[in-house]
Design a protein around this ligand. Sequence first.
Ligand SMILES: [Zn+2]
Length: 169
Amino acid sequence: MQGIPDNIKLLSFAKKGLIFSQTYSVKDFPRINEIVTNTDDKVKASLSFYIENGKIPCIEGSIEIDVALDCQRCLDEVKLNLNPTFKLAFIIHENQAEELDPSFETILNADEEFSTIEFLTDEVLISIPMIPMHSHECQSYKDKSPVIEQEERKNPFAILEQLKNSTKE
Ligand SMILES: [Zn+2]
């Protein structure tokens, strides 16, 4: 199987029924590279192009990528394995969507050519959870600051405050 060209020529690839697959590095995707720490990890992508209903160019594909992000519960690193798959039909008019099998996700698009990296990046970004977290019950960072809490307790002024309050009662 041949590697994915830098630019997708939608109609031309679809008419030829081309199939591609390629292994990238995370750092090949600038917008993903910005938000993850595992920039040297591999990314596998495969794409197949075809025409549906005699005229609608489609891309079916899948991506395999690990993203190392900050867990929003414990703030330590969490590595998520993402495997977005997609079946996209590129339509020019809304009404073309009615003719298509509902398994297609339709995209209104008039661009005949677009960047493969940008296209794959979009598919990865929408598959990243809004709030990335460990699958196990990690400890919330809010409960992880006993040092600060102890400092507060030792604060002599805080104790004075407590004394004042107790004498008022
Ligand atoms: Zn966590």
